[in-house]
Design a protein around this ligand. Structure first.
Ligand code: FAD
Length: 331
């Protein structure tokens, strides 16, 4: 493994399960190895009870898994995790280090990059390999009006956090084989600034990122009651609701439903955009949807330029009509 260019992917875990965004990164990392000669993909796991996660990592595309084992790493504590990742980077000198841009990943990546004095491109939406073998890290900038590709050929590892829901995970292949390296890890005494007294899991929060159907509303929904109509359609289609930032700012729906540049990136089979004008900051979060259905009273609304199906009309009439029709068809 000494001469290999190693691509590390941090495997984030919650309640023992890997965050799906980590497997999306493994899928992308496999892609990158095709353009980066002599490279391999390594999943990095922290804590105990790693057997299943390691098997899954290999099935999903890792050439190997490295585990830093310690009871102190069973729950996320930023300083402990940072110390563990810094140690593993120093030992193996990876070429590239990818971390999902989740709440945890965003915090951790910044801490690790600072300590090992390398660059970090946060919130990437695309990754590629340039001719000289550098990692091309692409992300929206200037309020989403520009797309910038950033590279860091002189500092290693080249680090990026990547937005969940954008890259495609691979189907697991249980016949894949890979190495598993397990190392005991002791938290350095200077990092023992915090101590975990208890772990209380958060209440289940909505996760629209992986919904197959999303019925999203914007300013045109007109209020909290309007979202009830959207919920009815979403329920009939076993989907979730979503929202534009304006609807969130109006206080009609909570932030976790926001789709777009400063919300979530989604890739459902069907995305209904109801009373959403189609600002670029919203579009970046929905462009991977398979089918976009736009419902808007303004036939010139920009959303119609990217919609697969456009309905010019009042959502307060169109949405209940769709709910009625779908419930007839699906009952
Ligand atoms: P509007 O633009 O006001 O559009 C409302 C639409 O509803 C109109 O097209 C109107 O014709 C239609 N309408 C009105 N009544 C009806 C009706 N009865 N039936 C049908 N249609 C009707 N936005 C996001 O969504 N997500 C983000 O993550 C995000 N991040 C941002 C980050 C930055 C840095 C900035 C500067 C902006 C961001 N925005 C984001 C805001 C974005 O620029 C837009 O302002 C926002 O998306 C507009 O929301 P909207 O489409 O609901 O409202």
């Amino acid at each position: 493994m000494a001469d290999e260019k190693k691509i590390f992917v941090y495997v984030e875990r919650r309640n023992g399960e890997a965050n799906r965004a980590s497997w999306e990164l493994v899928g992308k990392a496999r892609d990158l190895t095709e353009k980066l000669p002599n490279s391999s993909v390594w999943g990095i796991v922290l804590g105990e009870n790693y057997e299943e996660i390691c098997a899954e990592g290999i099935a999903r595309g890792c050439d190997g898994m490295i585990v830093l084992k310690s009871p102190d790493l069973n729950h996320y504590i930023s300083h402990y995790y940072k110390a563990a990742l810094v140690e593993i980077v120093k030992e193996y000198s990876p070429e590239i280090f990818l971390i999902a841009a989740t709440l945890e990943g965003r915090e951790l990546a910044g801490m690790v990059a600072t300590e090992i004095e390398t660059g970090l491109t946060a919130d990437c939406t695309e990754l590629g390999i340039l001719e000289d073998g550098s990692l091309a890290m692409t992300r929206p900038t200037f309020g989403g009006n520009l797309i910038a590709t950033i590279y860091s050929p002189k500092h290693k590892p080249q680090m990026a956090t990547v937005r969940p829901g954008i890259m495609k995970e691979l189907e697991p292949d249980p016949s894949r084989k890979g190495e598993v390296i397990i190392k005991d890890f002791k938290i350095p005494v200077q990092e023992k600034l915090l101590r975990l007294l208890d772990f209380i899991p958060a209440e289940e929060s909505v996760n629209i990122q992986y919904a197959k159907v999303i019925v999203a509303g914007g300013k045109g929904v007109g209020g909290k009651e309007g979202f009830e109509k959207l919920k009815e359609l979403a329920n009939v289609l076993h989907g979730e609701i979503g929202a534009s930032r304006t609807a969130v700012k109006e206080g009609w729906i909570s932030e976790e439903y926001q789709v777009g540049q400063t919300g979530k990136a989604v890739r459902p089979i069907i995305y209904f955009a109801c009373g959403i004008s189609g600002a670029i900051q919203h579009i970046v979060g929905i462009k991977e949807s398979e089918i976009i259905v736009a419902i808007n009273i303004d036939e010139k609304a920009p959303i119609f330029q990217i919609a697969d199906i456009g309905i010019v009309g009042d959502l307060h009439q169109v949405v209940p009509a769709l709910t009625k029709k779908f419930s007839e068809l699906l009952s």
